[in-house]
Design a protein around this ligand. Structure first.
Ligand SMILES: [Ca+2]
Ligand SMILES: [Ca+2]
Ligand SMILES: [Ca+2]
Length: 133
């Protein structure tokens, strides 16, 4: 019985670590103004991009892309020039269009309420994935 509770405790701690690796709204909001602008998304997206560009060729192939937990877009949709890789420019073009769709007030930032209007909104997921990936 005691051994089980130790195992559960370990699993609980590990799942907390994995979850914390997904940055939440507050962490992406670097200037702490309670809203997210495109620069803040870009910075966070670049970090995720570099983390997953395992062969360091400046692009994500399908297997690299598939490692991104929480990614909501189809690889094929992001690969605009159909070369089998997604680069930061393709990601950013797609991200800007999603950002602009949500930025109804055209003030170049998104609040938590704006993000909740997204069909891609998931309360448990990092807001990054509503815009990028
Ligand atoms: Ca901000
Ligand atoms: Ca790569
Ligand atoms: Ca491409």
């Amino acid at each position: 019985m005691k051994r089980w509770s130790i195992i559960f405790a370990v699993v609980f701690v590990l799942s907390g670590v994995v979850w914390a690796a997904d940055k939440t709204f507050q962490e992406i909001d670097r200037n702490k103004d309670g809203r997210l602008n495109m620069e803040e998304f870009d910075r966070e997206a670049l970090r995720v991009f570099n983390d997953n560009d395992k062969n360091h060729d400046g692009a994500l192939n399908k297997s690299e892309f598939s490692q991104i937990k929480g990614a909501q877009s189809k690889f094929e949709d992001l690969d605009a020039n159909k070369d089998g890789k997604v680069d930061m420019k393709e990601l950013r073009d797609a991200a800007i269009s999603k950002f602009n769709q949500l930025d109804q007030k055209r003030n170049n930032y998104l609040t938590d309420d704006d993000l909740k209007c997204s069909p891609r909104y998931k309360p448990e997921a990092s807001p990054l994935y509503g815009i990028y990936f």
